[in-house]
Design a protein around this ligand. Structure first.
Ligand code: HEM
Ligand code: HEM
Length: 241
């Protein structure tokens, strides 16, 4: 008679994963307005700086540079609108809209920032956040709120130069003497454009890397608003507490 050997039961650890609505519609709409407008601003802006094509003949029929500038200004208004939406939603949105906020005065903020920087430098990413992590949020503050904001201020100041005394020259005209003249404003505007371009390259690389390492559907989240969340994730759903 044959004896049947039953294998010993193996404990299988099942990790429960929840799909959570993290990014609300204004965050997603604002993100894509920003991403598309900045891409157009970079393409048209670098044409303004380095016109690689020119046209000959009667100016009325060859409005090439004028058209590039016109598209640049339209995209500038879209970028401004995305800023207005995002600033409003910082106050009106859920706590993930404020996640990763730079609490410079807290030792815990610095500790997490250093830990995350080390994880990205060594490409060994373990910490999973439901909202933004500290490093990501700091990069948005410096490159988008800071440099993007400076692009808006310097851009509309230069735009106002073609209509002295008009709306934009009244609102931002003071920037020109402050920075030492129109040429300097052009140069700062040009320099920040490079900073933003470097941000985009690193940002897109990191969100794809995170999506793969953390398996939390991060890339998809900026389209659907939903992320895959585990119990072990750092859930920064409280604000200023
Ligand atoms: C010009 C290009 C882009 C710019 C300027 C940009 C800018 C930003 C900003 C400012 C945020 C913070 C969102 C907020 O809290 O309101 C963000 C988040 C995010 N972006 Fe982009 N983005 C760009 C392109 C992309 C692309 C192409 C992808 C997808 C591959 C992407 C995926 C994401 C994701 C997943 C987040 C959330 C990440 C996190 O938790 O920190 N972005 N982006
Ligand atoms: C991320 C945002 C932006 C980027 C990357 C960007 C990029 C650039 C670049 C590279 C130039 C050429 C610099 C030069 O040689 O003078 C430029 C010029 C200019 N930009 Fe922007 N820009 C941005 C936002 C804006 C905004 C919001 C406005 C407002 C309307 C604006 C208005 C202008 C004006 C008036 C010029 C000078 C055009 C000329 O001299 O013919 N820009 N931009």
């Amino acid at each position: 008679m044959s004896t049947q050997i039953h294998p010993a039961p193996v404990a299988v650890k099942i990790e429960s994963v929840e799909s959570r609505y993290v990014w609300e519609a204004p965050i997603i709409i604002g993100h894509w307005m920003m991403a598309v407008s900045i891409t157009v601003l970079l393409a048209t802006g670098f044409f303004i700086a380095w016109p690689w094509a020119s046209s000959t003949g009667e100016a009325t029929f060859n409005f090439l540079m004028g058209r590039f500038r016109q598209i640049h200004f339209i995209a500038g208004y879209v970028l401004l609108a995305s800023f207005v939406i995002r600033i409003y939603w910082f106050f009106a949105g859920n706590n993930y809209a404020r996640s990763g906020f730079p609490f410079f005065w807290r030792a815990s903020w610095w500790k997490q920032l250093i830990e995350q920087s080390w994880e990205y430098l060594t490409i060994h990413i373990t910490q999973r956040f439901v909202g933004h992590n500290q490093l990501g949020a700091l990069s948005y503050l410096i490159f988008i709120a800071g440099m993007g904001g400076a692009e808006i201020v310097t851009g509309f100041a230069m735009y106002g130069e073609s209509n002295p005394g008009g709306f934009w020259s009244t609102v931002f005209g003071w920037v020109i003497p402050l920075l030492g003249g129109s040429f300097q404003v052009h140069m700062w505007h040009y320099a920040f454009a490079w900073g933003i371009m470097i941000f985009i390259a690193i940002h897109v690389y990191i969100v794809i890397l995170d999506s793969i390492f953390l398996d939390n559907g991060m890339v998809g989240s900026i389209f659907t608003g939903r992320k895959f969340v585990r119990k072990t994730d750092v859930d920064n759903k409280t604000w200023l507490s």
